[in-house]
Design a binder for this molecule. Structure first.
Ligand code: ADP
Ligand code: MG
Length: 605
C-alpha cells in the first residue's frame, strides 16, 4: 500500500514560500530595490501603476546578468551572494536567501531585461507563474529592469486581502523610503500613475532625510555620533518638541539595512524620558555599523528583525549617546538636577517619591554659562571623559560661591560684618575621613566623601566602558570564590558583559576562578567587589539595559571603599566631583552634597 505523503512540485512550494516573502506589492518593491542596490547601481527608478496591482517596475544601472544567470535567478535558492552558511556571518549584501525572484515569478507575470558591461547584447525573459514563456535577445543598456504585472493573479486569496489603493501605495512608499534613507549615495526616483513622487539626487544622510521629510526638517535634527568597538552609531534624533502622536519617523538601520527593534526603541524612548509628553513618540534616524559576525539577519524571512549578539551593550551605548547629544545641543538642560540619567539612577530609586532637597540653590544662576571652555582646569581629564562632555564646563571659585548662594540668607548689614577672607572657598576640613566641610557665603557645604568618590569613579568607568573594553590586569595567582547556584547563573548569563569590564574568569563546578580583574581595581578590593556584584545583581529584577549600570556601580563602590584609606587632596577631589554631571547624587541616588545655612548654624548657639 502506498503512503500518503507526497513531495510538492517546485512551483507549488515556491507559491507557498512566496506567502512569507511577498505579502503585498510593497514586498515586491522592497525585494527588487534591494537587488538593485546589491548589484551596485548608482541610479534606481521605480515605476508603479495602481499601487502595484497593475505594474511594478524597477530599473537599475547596476551589474546586470548574462543570459545564463537571467534564467537561473528565478530558481529557488538561486543566489550569487553566499555560497556557504559561514558566509552569513560576513554578509555585506541585502539579499542572500535566493528566494525573492523565485517567489515573485511564481505568483505574477514577469518581464526581465538585463545586460552586463562586457557583452553588447542584452537578454529578455518572460515568466508567468514560474513557467518560462520566452527568452530572447534584446537591446538594453547596462543594468536590469524587472516588470511585475498581475501580481497574485493565481492566488486570489492574497489579492482579495489587499487594502485600498492609497494604503497599498503608502506601504510601497514606506519601503522605498527605507532603502533610499539607507543609501543617500544612490539616486532614486519613484513614479505612481505617471506622477513623480520622489526624485532624489545623490547626497549625504542629512540631505537625504530632508529630501524625504521636507526641507524644514534640517533644523529639527540633533546629530548622534558614537564610536565604540562594539558599534558605531551615526544619525539623528528629532528634537523633543517634534515628537509625534504616531510612530511615523522612527528608523533603525544596521549596516544600511532597515530593521525594527522594540528593545532599542525602548532605549531611545528612555533617553527622551521627561522631555516629551506621554504617548508621544520621538523621531529618529539611527545608523549602526557592526561587524556582520555579531548579527543574525537570518531570523525573519523579510529580514526586518535582526538578532544582535551584544544587544545589551548597544542598548546602553545608544541610550547614553542620545542623552549626551540632547545635552550637548542644549536640548536638555545640563544642570537640571531633577533629570536623572537612566544609567545613574536605578529603577527602584527613580520610582520613589522624590524627597524635597535640603540644598538651596539660586534657580536662575548657571555657573557654567560664563565659562564655556576653561582649558586650564580641564586639561588633566582623560580623553574619554572629555569626549563625554565632562570638564568642558568647570565652575571657577567665584562661580562656586554664587552657586550655593541663596538670595535671602543674610542681610547686607550682616554681610558687611563678615571679613572678606572668611568668604573665600579655601578652607576645607575632613572629618572622620568621611565628610568634607567647606565654608561658602551662605553657610557651610558638606560633602560625603565616600559617595562623592563613588560618583567620580562611576562616571569615569562608565565613560571608559562606553568607549572600549576596560583594561584587564592579570592576577599572578587566580582568585577563587565559591558561588551559590544563583551567583553561578549570574556570572554565566552575563559573561560577555562582565568580561568587558576587565574580569577574566572561568567557572569550574561551583568555583569562580578569577584570572584577571579591571586594572583600576586594587587587589585588596577584589573580594568586596565580587560581593558587591552579587548584592547588586543577585537580588533584583533588573531591566536588561541597566546591567551595565549595576556592574559599574559594584566596581565603583569597591574602588571607593578602598580609596577611603588613602590620603585625599581635597581641592582636586572637589574639582573632580564638580566635573561630574550629576554631582548632587551618588550613582545609587544618595545625596552627596548638603548645606548648613548660616541660620541653622546660628540657631545652634
Ligand atoms: P538574493 O537577493 O537573496 O540573492 P533573489 O531571488 O532576490 O535572491 O535574486 C537572485 C539573484 O539574482 C541574485 O543573487 C543576483 O545574483 C541576481 N539578481 C537579482 N536582481 C538583480 C539585479 N537587479 N541586477 C543584477 N543581478 C540581480
Ligand atoms: Mg534579493
Amino acid at each position: 500500500m502506498s503512503g500518503i505523503i507526497k513531495i510538492l512540485p517546485d512551483h507549488i512550494a515556491s507559491q507557498i514560500a512566496a506567502g512569507e516573502v511577498i505579502q503585498r506589492p510593497a514586498s515586491v518593491v522592497k525585494e527588487l530595490i534591494e537587488n538593485a542596490v546589491d548589484a551596485k547601481s548608482t541610479r534606481i527608478q521605480v515605476i508603479i501603476k495602481d499601487a502595484g496591482k497593475t505594474l511594478i517596475q524597477v530599473i537599475d544601472d547596476g551589474n546586470g546578468m548574462n543570459s545564463e544567470d537571467a534564467i537561473v535567478c528565478f530558481e529557488r535558492h538561486a543566489t550569487s551572494k553566499i555560497s556557504s552558511a559561514d558566509d552569513l556571518f560576513s554578509l555585506q549584501t541585502k539579499g542572500f536567501r535566493g528566494e525573492a525572484l523565485a517567489s515573485i515569478a511564481s505568483i505574477a507575470h514577469v518581464v526581465l531585461k538585463t545586460k552586463i558591461d562586457t557583452i553588447d547584447i542584452g537578454t529578455e525573459i518572460c515568466i508567468e507563474g514560474s513557467k518560462i514563456i520566452s527568452q530572447t535577445e534584446c537591446v538594453f543598456s547596462k543594468g536590469t529592469s524587472f516588470e511585475i504585472k498581475n501580481l497574485f493573479y493565481n492566488v486570489p486569496a492574497r489579492r482579495n486581502f489587499l487594502k485600498s489603493e492609497s494604503m497599498e501605495f503608502r506601504h510601497i512608499e514606506e519601503e522605498f523610503e527605507r532603502v533610499a534613507l539607507a543609501h543617500p549615495e544612490i539616486s532614486f526616483s519613484l513614479h505612481h500613475n505617471n506622477q513623480e513622487i520622489y526624485s532624489l539626487s545623490p547626497s549625504n544622510y542629512r540631505r537625504r532625510i530632508c529630501d524625504i521629510l521636507g526641507k524644514s526638517s534640517n533644523d529639527k535634527l540633533v546629530p548622534i555620533e558614537e564610536d565604540t568597538d562594539i558599534v558605531s552609531i551615526r544619525g539623528f534624533v528629532l528634537k523633543p518638541e517634534f515628537a509625534r502622536k504616531t510612530r511615523g519617523e522612527q528608523f533603525f538601520f544596521v549596516n544600511n539595512r532597515f530593521f525594527k527593534d522594540s528593545y532599542f526603541n525602548h532605549a531611545v524612548n528612555k533617553a527622551f524620558e521627561g522631555l516629551i509628553q506621554p504617548k508621544y513618540y520621538p523621531g529618529y534616524f539611527l545608523f549602526f555599523s557592526i561587524y556582520p559576525n555579531k548579527l543574525d539577519v537570518n531570523i525573519h524571512p523579510t529580514k526586518t528583525e535582526i538578532r544582535f549578539e551584544e544587544d545589551k551593550f548597544i542598548y546602553s551605548i545608544l541610550l547614553s549617546s542620545i542623552r549626551q547629544a540632547l545635552g550637548k545641543y542644549n536640548v536638555m538642560p545640563t544642570l537640571d538636577f531633577e533629570q536623572e540619567t537612566a544609567f545613574d539612577v536605578p529603577l527602584s530609586v527613580r520610582n520613589q517619591t522624590p524627597i524635597e532637597p535640603i540644598i538651596r540653590v539660586n534657580p536662575d544662576f548657571n555657573p557654567f554659562q560664563s565659562f564655556p571652555n576653561n582649558s586650564k582646569t580641564s586639561s588633566g581629564l582623560s580623553p574619554a571623559l572629555k569626549a563625554q562632555g565632562f570638564g568642558q564646563m568647570i565652575p571657577d571659585k567665584e562661580a562656586w560661591q554664587n552657586f550655593y548662594q541663596t538670595e535671602d540668607t543674610y542681610t547686607e548689614q550682616e554681610q558687611q560684618l563678615i571679613p572678606e577672607e572668611e568668604i573665600e572657598v579655601t578652607k576645607k576640613y575632613l572629618t572622620k575621613d568621611r565628610y568634607i566641610f567647606t565654608p561658602t557665603k551662605s553657610g557651610v557645604l558638606l560633602i560625603d566623601r565616600k559617595r562623592a568618590q563613588e560618583r567620580i569613579t562611576y562616571d569615569s568607568l562608565m565613560s571608559q566602558f562606553i568607549n572600549s573594553p576596560i583594561h584587564s590586569q592579570q592576577l599572578l595567582f587566580p582568585y577563587n570564590v565559591e558561588l551559590s547556584k544563583n551567583e553561578k547563573v549570574l556570572w554565566e548569563s552575563h559573561k560577555s558583559l562582565i568580561q568587558r569590564f576587565g574580569f577574566e574568569f572561568e567557572i569550574s563546578g561551583n568555583q569562580l576562578l578569577l584570572n584577571g580583574i579591571p586594572s583600576c581595581l586594587p587587589e585588596d578590593a577584589i573580594y568586596s567587589c565580587i560581593e558587591n556584584i552579587h548584592d547588586t545583581l543577585g537580588h533584583k529584577e533588573i531591566d536588561k539595559g541597566e546591567i551595565a549600570h549595576f556592574i559599574v556601580l559594584s566596581v565603583a563602590r569597591s574602588i571607593s571603599q578602598s580609596s577611603l584609606k588613602s590620603k585625599l587632596i581635597v581641592d582636586s577631589f572637589i574639582e573632580n566631583l564638580f566635573q561630574c554631571r550629576d554631582h548632587q547624587y551618588s550613582p545609587s541616588g544618595k545625596t552627596i552634597l548638603s548645606t548648613l545655612t548660616l541660620e541653622e548654624i546660628k540657631s545652634k548657639f
